[in-house]
Every structure is written in structure tokens, then in C-alpha cells.
Design a protein around this ligand. Structure first.
Ligand SMILES: NC(=O)c1ccc[n+]([C@@H]2O[C@H](COP(=O)([O-])OP(=O)(O)OC[C@H]3O[C@@H](n4cnc5c(N)ncnc54)[C@H](O)[C@@H]3O)[C@@H](O)[C@H]2O)c1
Length: 351
């Protein structure tokens, strides 16, 4: 098992290992004072892992409750949050109890937001079951839900007390969902870790070590900038273009696939702007394609431009782009909206 520590206002451990789920009860004893645990998951994950998780926590001496909701982005809403909060109140859950987010990024974001708001804040732990949740969403304390006006528009920063990643739970993930997570893994390598990029290419990096390296990179950014106002924004590599692609495609393309295309676009934009010290567009595209991810879009510049105009991270008519300087190093660039048409045209050019 590998342990990483996130040094935030309330520091916490991330445990990564195969078969460590059995230790969840004991680990929770050390991390919280909860007597009741409420497992929050979507129905797919609940069907796969709900019974076993509830049983092992009950064996550890906890009162265990379960709440599940239909899987999919359409249930990441205030309605689901309200239903969960009412469920907690009806079952006399107190602020000294804890929520267990068992699932992908959606269960984590929803459960975390409920934990941040129920009785003004209670403990929660993350048990990620997707690769994306393991390397990204379970770490860092961003929680929230979508509003009809856009994704993740309501939320809170609320750190978990523990993240326990049992890699055995990832075995049931369909290949396409695993690939979505690999887009984020490759993002970390491009951002910060040329050695991991090389090992990924050689296929010699074990799953636990791969997740741990990603989490360590994210933890360092979170420690330096818990509220996402400075350097942490580098974690958005591929996401500014990626979110525009997601939005312009009417969310028919998954987040991971959109980020993959967005990363290649960012690399091309870096070359166009003369920022790339060692151009890496082809290397990034090859790494993504090797993991079954797309590297280009048929969407046209005007569609993407209009989607970028609605980006929630846009401020005062400027948008922050994360651009690869070379594999393992990126830089932030504030671009004016008037520069975007040219940057986008270059970023969309086929190599
Ligand atoms: N909070 C953050 O920092 C952060 C970061 C990145 C993404 N996110 C959010 O995360 C969400 C995406 O996360 P996701 O891709 O994990 O989506 P998800 O939670 O919807 O999970 C994807 C699908 O996989 C299924 N699933 C989960 N675990 C499984 C398993 N072990 N076996 C089989 N099926 C399984 C789920 O039922 C679901 O249908 C988005 O809403 C995004 O906004 C949050």
C-alpha cells in the first residue's frame, strides 16, 4: 500500500492499494469520531459494491445507512443534494457522523457537497471507484453539483478526512471509462512528470504507482493553492479547450475524451504562440491515441469560441490557458478574448 498526504488546513491521507477495502472500518475509527456512516453512491456502484461495503463497516461496529441515486451527470443536481440532506435528517444523522462517498466523481462531488452543508459541515471520506476519481476528483476538496445554467456552478471547498483507493474496485470499470481516467493521468505526466510520461509509454508503470504519482502531483498543487486562485489552475491543462468541446458537443463526448483533445490543442497553441521550448504535440497525441483516446475534433472554431465565452473560469474578458512548454512543464497564459480566434484556429490545425 502507498500513502500520500495532503497538507491542507485539515491534512488527510490518501491510501492506495489492492484489497485495502477490508481496512476501511479501522481507518475510519482513526480518521473520524463517527458512530453512523452513510454510504452515498450511484445505483450502479451500489449494486456492485454497496452490500460488501455496508457489511464490512457494520462488522467494524458502525450503524450503516445507504443512499443511492441513478448514475449519470443528470443526477448531479441540487434535487439529489436535497434528497440526501432530508434522508440524513430523517435518520437522525448528526454532524459528528460521516458520509462515505463510494463511487466515481459524481458520487464524490455530491456527497462532499452534502457533507459541507449538512448541519454546517460534517466529515466525509472518499472511496473512489473510477480511475478519474482515484487520480483527480477524490483529492483536493472541490465538491458541488450542476445547475441548469452549467456544470459545477454550485459547490464548496470541503476536504475529506481520508481517501481510500482500493484498486481492486477499478477492475469492473468498462474500458472506455478507464480510458477517460487515463486522459487525466497523461495530463499529470505532461504537466509535471516527464519520467512518468516515459514509463507510461513503455508500459512499465504499475497501477498503484501510477495513481500515487498522480495524487502526489495533485496534492502538491492543492497544498500550495487550496482555493484554486494561482498555480493550482495548471491542473486545468486541456480543460479550457476540453470544457468548450464538451459544451459544444452537447455533452455527447465524455469529459476525459474532451480533455484529451483539449491537451493536444493546448500543445499546438503553445507552439503557435512560441511558448513551447520543445514542441510536444505529436508525443502527447501518440500517448493519448495509445490509450484509445481521440486527439482531434470535428467541431469548428466559432462553436468552440462561443462555448469558451461561457466558461466560468473566464474573468474580465480574459481566459487563462495552460500551455505545455515541454513534456513535464507547463505555463499559465492569460489571453484576451480578442486573441482567442487566432489561437483557436492554430490549435485546431491538423498536423
Ligand atoms: N471535484 C473535482 O475536483 C473533480 C475533478 C474532476 C472531475 N470531477 C467531476 O467528476 C465527474 C466525473 O467523474 P467520473 O468519470 O468518475 O463519473 P461517474 O461518477 O459518473 O462514474 C462514471 C460511471 O462509472 C460507473 N462506475 C463507477 N465506478 C465503477 C466501477 N468500479 N465499475 C463499474 N462502473 C463504475 C458509474 O456508475 C457511472 O455510470 C464529473 O461530474 C466531474 O465534474 C470533479
Amino acid at each position: 500500500m502507498i500513502t500520500e498526504r495532503v497538507e491542507t488546513g485539515r491534512p488527510y491521507n490518501i491510501l492506495i492499494g489492492r484489497g485495502i477495502m477490508e481496512t476501511l472500518g479501522a481507518r475510519l475509527r482513526a480518521a473520524t469520531h463517527a458512530q453512523t456512516l452513510v454510504i452515498i453512491s450511484d445505483e450502479t456502484v451500489d449494486a456492485l459494491y454497496g452490500d460488501n461495503t455496508a457489511a464490512l463497516l457494520a462488522r467494524a461496529g458502525y450503524r450503516v445507512l445507504r443512499f443511492s441515486f441513478p448514475a449519470g451527470e443528470h443526477t448531479k443536481t441540487m434535487e439529489t443534494v436535497t434528497a440526501i440532506l432530508e434522508f440524513l435528517a430523517e435518520n437522525a444523522v448528526t454532524r459528528s457522523d460521516a458520509l462515505v462517498a463510494l463511487g466515481g466523481g459524481i458520487a464524490g462531488d455530491v456527497a462532499g457537497f452534502c457533507a459541507a452543508t449538512y448541519q454546517r459541515g460534517m466529515d466525509f471520506v472518499q472511496v473512489p471507484t473510477t480511475l478519474l476519481a482515484a487520480v483527480d476528483s477524490s483529492v483536493g476538496g472541490k465538491t458541488g453539483v450542476n445547475l441548469p445554467a452549467g456544470k459545477n456552478l454550485a459547490g464548496a471547498f470541503w476536504q475529506p478526512r481520508l481517501v481510500l483507493c482500493d484498486t481492486a474496485l477499478l477492475d469492473t470499470l468498462p474500458a472506455t471509462l478507464y480510458a477517460d481516467g487515463m486522459a487525466e493521468v497523461i495530463k499529470y505526466a505532461v504537466l509535471q512528470d516527464a519520467d512518468m510520461f516515459r514509463l507510461l509509454g513503455e508500459g512499465t508503470l504499475g497501477q498503484e504507482a501510477m495513481i500515487a504519482r498522480c495524487v502526489a502531483i495533485k496534492a502538491a498543487y492543492v497544498r500550495a493553492d487550496e482555493r484554486d486562485r494561482g498555480e493550482r489552475r495548471k491542473l486545468n491543462l486541456g480543460h479550457t479547450f476540453g470544457h468548450a468541446i464538451e459544451r459544444a458537443s452537447g455533452y455527447s463526448l465524455s469529459h476525459g475524451r474532451a480533455v484529451a483533445i483539449g491537451m493536444v490543442m493546448a500543445a499546438r497553441a503553445a507552439q503557435y504562440l512560441g511558448i513551447a521550448r520543445r514542441p510536444c504535440t505529436n508525443a502527447i497525441a501518440a500517448a493519448l491515441a495509445a490509450n484509445g483516446l481521440p486527439v482531434q475534433t470535428n467541431l469548428a472554431a466559432p462553436q468552440l469560441l462561443s462555448a469558451m465565452g461561457r466558461d466560468k473560469k473566464r474573468a474580465h474578458n480574459r481566459i487563462t490557458l495552460v500551455l505545455p512548454v515541454e513534456i513535464g512543464a507547463c505555463t499559465l497564459l492569460e489571453a484576451g478574448m480578442e486573441q482567442l480566434p487566432d489561437i483557436l484556429a492554430a490549435a485546431l490545425e491538423r498536423g
